[in-house]
Structures are given as C-alpha cells and as structure tokens.
Design a protein around this ligand. Structure first.
Ligand code: GTP
Ligand code: MG
Length: 233
C-alpha cells in the first residue's frame, strides 16, 4: 500500500480536486493507495470540507492538528500516521503533478529517496520565473556548502519507503518549513542512501494563497544550510 501525505493550511479551494486526481492516478495504475491529509486546523475549513467531499471514501483520511503550525511538523505527523509501506510527500495545492506518482513509487523500490525535480532535463516551473531562478541559485549554494550533488533539494515532492524513513531520526529533520527537505536529503546521502531525481514541471496552484514568505524563509533556509555544515544536523 502507498500513503500520499498532503499537508494543508487553508487549501480548501483546490485540495479536493487534487485528492480526486491522486486517487484517479493511483487507482488507474493499480496501486492500493490512501491519502492522508494533515491539516493544521485551517481557518478556511479545509478539513471539514474534505471530510464531507470524501465521506464515503475510506481511502481518504483527514488528520487535524490543533494548536500546532508548520509544514515539516505536519509531514512528520503524516509519516507517523501513514499505513503504507511506500510514502509520497507532496504539496496539497496542485503545484506537484500527481501523474508522476506511479513512476516515482516504482523507482523507490530501487532507490532510497525519489525526488520530483525541477532542475534535471525535462523539469521546470510554470508558476514563477523569479522563484525558478532563485531556487536554482539556492540549490547551487547547497551544492557548494554541503557538497550535495542533488539538483533540486527544495522541491518537497518526495517518495521513499517506510523502512527507510524509520531509520532517520525525525526530530533532527522534520522541523521548520521547506528546509526540512535539505536536512532529509543531506542525512540520506550522508548515510549512504541512494537518491534519484525525476523531472517534474510545477503547475499552478489550484486556488488559495501561497504560504511561502520568500524573503523571510530565505534566511531560515540559509541558516539551516550552515547549521548542517557546521553541526551535521
Ligand atoms: N499542515 C500545514 N501545511 C502547510 C503549512 N504551511 C504550508 N503548508 C502546505 O505546504 C505546501 C506548500 O505551501 P505553499 O504555500 O504552496 O508554498 P509554495 O508552493 O512555495 O508557494 P506557491 O508557489 O504559491 O504555491 C502547501 O500544500 C501548503 O498547504 C502549515 O503550517 N501546516
Ligand atoms: Mg505551493
């Protein structure tokens, strides 16, 4: 079974459409899949909306965290609650294209972590030229500072096996925002894990608003990279 973990915060507008797409793609590929939404008690009613739309489908589970906020913490909770032996982590707003899931899951049989990557041939980003080049430049910095040869450490579209993630110390990785992915990939490579990048093109979000405050997060991400370099975690 595979578990698709979708962290949500105020994604009511587009998330039901994405969940429907994920179910269609995985069922079409003959995969037994559950969708596990981890919502941080979104004020827009994301969780209640999903509970109504998918009330007759046991493959969709909605987990609400109360009094807690944060992308990486939500993903950590999703991994804990997931029942599958393969795990897919992706954005819940439609940026990540779910049609890649069957291929990524297949590749995760031979690799420890499979990354949906914007920066390998065939990958890209429809949404923002600025964000595309800013993330590209930040990935070069990661390469220089940490010696990681992965082209997209910031995509957050990741597939791995339960048995693999259980070897990683969660409190050393799953905190903060998208910088958790840098720590996850760094620990993977440092532990001898094998990473495969598969090209993906970011699509437009299906509705709602961006939670990424780019300039604020830039400093957090930068601090995370140097902390990893200096302390290894
Ligand atoms: N549970 C939870 N999910 C979050 C939180 N912050 C962001 N997310 C989710 O993380 C994903 C990425 O956030 P986005 O706002 O889409 O960030 P982004 O993709 O950089 O920005 P856009 O390009 O505008 O989509 C989305 O699925 C959000 O719903 C949070 O505090 N808690
Ligand atoms: Mg997004």
């Amino acid at each position: 079974m595979i578990s698709v973990v979708l962290p949500t915060y105020n994604e009511r507008e587009g998330v039901a459409e994405l969940v429907t797409e994920v179910l269609a793609v995985t069922r079409g590929a003959g995969l037994d899949a559950e969708v596990l939404v981890v919502d941080d008690d979104s004020p827009d009613g994301t969780a209640a909306h999903l509970a109504v739309v998918f009330q007759t489908d046991p493959a969709v589970r909605v987990h609400v965290r109360r009094g807690e906020r944060g992308l990486a913490g939500a993903i950590r909770r999703g991994i804990q609650e997931a029942r599958g032996d393969s795990l897919v982590v992706m954005d819940s707003d439609g940026n990540h294209d779910p049609t890649l899931i069957p291929l990524m899951v297949r590749c995760a049989e031979d690799f420890d972590v499979v990354v949906g990557s914007r920066y390998v041939l065939g990958g890209g980003m429809l949404t923002s030229g600025f964000r595309y080049w800013a993330s590209y430049a930040f990935n070069i910095l990661i390469r220089v500072v940490l010696g990681l040869r992965i082209h997209d450490n910031l995509s957050g579209y990741l597939v791995f096996r339960r048995a693999f993630v259980d070897r990683i110390e969660p409190e050393a990785v799953f905190y903060g925002y998208g910088d958790y992915a840098i720590r996850f990939l760094y620990q993977t490579v440092r532990g001898g894990g094998r990473v495969l990048e598969i090209p993906t093109v970011y699509r437009f979000r299906k509705g709602g608003e961006s939670k990424t405050r780019f300039f604020a997060y830039f400093w957090t991400y930068l601090a995370s990279v140097f902390r990893l370099r200096l302390t290894g975690r």
